[in-house]
Design a protein around this ligand. Structure first.
Ligand code: GLC
Length: 555
């Protein structure tokens, strides 16, 4: 077993735009992060992942990069970045950046050049195709954010490919110059000392030859078989690893879009030398039926257990996963998997117990450490996320749902839920900024905020700190062999983890009512390492768990 630092370390994702605004312009920034480094250290997290901080016109909040080696002016300067990196390292933490290499911004020089003419040297940095016979797009590929994935360019009479917004043209990885440009950018940051990259939609970089039409097999299958996992993908990833990442003490974390448990090994098996770990979408999407903004979400605990299990079995001893239950692309964790009203605090804590004892690197998202919840936006004018806006505007045309229902869906599943500014205190704008923030602060900031929880020993925040500390002291949390107990129980999630002499038993009640769990004698005699309530009722061989109670027993 390789005990690399990135396996045991906890990753904390920062969405800089919403983290902390130091210059009061309503937008979070790098100096805002610097101001909060001690806070981050106090959480006992080890690796900070910054969502993109590079120059960008922000059509998709930085996931549309116009210069890979420059800092977005709204976020600060290169000096600010250097200071942030140095101070992060001085505090014993690491820093990884978000590499968006499948596409860039339409304002990137590569694209403004490419658009000039068909024989421009940058033309081949992108995917251009002649119109179909009827003048329409060359094939039926759809953008992830709605509409055709092809945009017509009047100047040249050709279409270019964009799997995301039309302002995010896909880069042509077939072109070795494109690959070298990306590797150069990676080296630029690695030479500065960054500790790795989260790799945005990396499974999409190799396109299928001839751009064949997608068959009618449902979005998930199309994603896997048509957009992701292209023919030269693994060649590129091996090259990237060999040429760049392996030369540094750095790691890669892939966004596993379009990867399933059967092909995951191709990306992360140790002997393939491609990527160090990935987070998949099966857990993140397990409450979403038929894709975002479709049907009401459903949570089924046995289904969640089986997802964890199939992934655990698939990568067992061969590769490594990151374990994420929330990020900037999904609604808030406690609102989706817990009970964000009556059992808000209990369920937020219980979810962390589960997440921190699953296999893989723990990956937490900003604000979850204080149990931030979904927001209710009353008007479409308050929505900022391009995916939600595209859905709303498309729906205005198709009239599939009423406007009220469309807004309700956005409030339930939209990405803005996770992007509202961090609630630091009960002052104006939750202490995030003195100026009106770019996206509304959740109106519950007076009850849910860092300052309040900092002073409360029973808060979610202090529970996170405590649990992450305990996790560091017990390798069994991370590396233990996992054994399910009572798999088919639809209210309780109970399991054992064993590493050498060390054994822990984890019991989680997902119900908002009490539940009994029979346990072995040795477990009953064990020490309670973690409990999200102040007590634990035992009757003979049974533990009676309160709503959303979670315990870790050390046997
Ligand atoms: C990833 C990012 C998401 C972004 C998309 C396009 O899924 O996490 O925020 O919109 O890629 O770059």
């Amino acid at each position: 077993m390789e005990l690399s630092w990135f396996k045991k370390g906890t990753i904390y994702q920062i969405y800089p735009r919403s983290f902390n605004d130091s210059d009061n312009d309503g937008i979070g920034d790098l100096r805002g992060i610097i101001e909060k480094l001690e806070y981050l250290k106090s959480l006992n997290v080890d690796i900070l992942w910054l969502s993109p901080i590079f120059s960008s016109p922000n059509d998709d909040n930085g996931y549309d990069i116009s210069d890979y080696c420059a800092i977005m002016p709204e976020f600060g300067t290169m000096d600010d970045f250097d200071e942030l990196l140095e101070k992060t390292h001085n505090l014993g933490m690491r820093l990884i950046l978000d590499l968006v290499a499948n596409h860039c911004s339409d304002e990137h020089r590569w694209f403004t050049e490419a658009k000039k003419s068909k024989d421009n040297p940058y033309r081949d940095y992108f995917h251009w195709q002649q119109p179909a016979e009827d003048g329409g797009p060359p094939n039926n590929w759809m953008s992830f954010f709605g509409g055709s994935a092809w945009e017509y360019d009047h100047n040249s009479g050709e279409y270019f490919l964009h799997l995301f917004t039309k302002r995010q043209p896909d880069l042509n990885w077939e072109n070795p110059k494109v690959r070298e440009e990306i590797y150069e950018a990676m080296r630029f940051w690695l030479d500065k000392g960054v500790d790795g990259f989260r790799m945005d939609v990396i499974p999409l970089i190799s396109k299928r030859e001839g751009y064949p039409n997608a068959p009618d097999i449902g979005f998930r299958k199309i994603l896997e078989d048509v957009y992701a996992n292209g023919p030269r993908l693994h060649e590129y990833l091996q090259e990237m690893n060999k040429e760049v990442v392996s030369k540094y003490d750095a790691f890669s974390l892939a966004e596993g879009v379009g990867i399933n448990h059967n092909n995951a090994g191709l990306y992360i098996d140790y002997d393939r030398k491609e990527l160090d770990m990935l987070y998949h979408f099966d857990i993140l999407e397990c409450t979403i039926v038929n894709g975002k903004f479709e049907e009401a979400s459903v949570f089924d605990l046995v289904n969640m257990k089986s997802i964890f299990k199939k992934w655990r079995d698939a990568v067992h001893q061969k590769g490594w996963l990151a374990n994420a239950m929330g990020n900037h692309d999904f609604a808030r964790m406690v609102s989706r998997f817990g009970n964000d009203e009556q059992y808000w605090s209990e369920s937020a804590k219980m979810l962390l117990i589960m997440q921190s004892t699953q296999n893989g690197t723990l990956n937490i998202y900003q604000g979850d450490e204080i149990g931030m919840t979904n927001i209710v936006l009353d008007s479409i004018d308050d929505v900022r996320d391009v995916q939600s806006l595209n859905f709303y505007n498309e729906n205005l045309k198709t009239k599939k749902h009423s406007n009220t229902s469309a807004l309700e869906m956005i409030n339930r599943e939209g990405r803005d839920n996770a992007r509202t500014p961090i609630q630091w205190n009960s002052e104006i704008n939750g202490g995030f900024s003195e100026k009106e923030p770019w996206l509304k602060v959740n109106s519950n900031y007076k009850t849910i905020n860092v300052e309040k929880q900092d002073n409360d020993p029973h808060s979610i925040l202090n529970f996170y700190r405590h649990l992450l500390k305990i996790r560091k002291e017990h390798d069994v949390f991370v590396f233990g062999e996992f054994e399910e107990l009572d798999f088919n129980n639809s209210n309780l999630y109970a399991y054992k983890k064993v590493l050498g002499e060390d054994e822990i038993i984890v019991i989680l009640n997902f119900g908002d009512f009490q539940n009994d769990c029979k346990v072995s004698e040795s477990a009953l005699k064990g020490k309670v390492l973690i409990n999200n309530y102040s007590d634990m009722k035992i009757y003979e061989d049974t533990i009676r768990l309160k709503p959303y109670q979670g315990v870790i027993l050390k046997v």
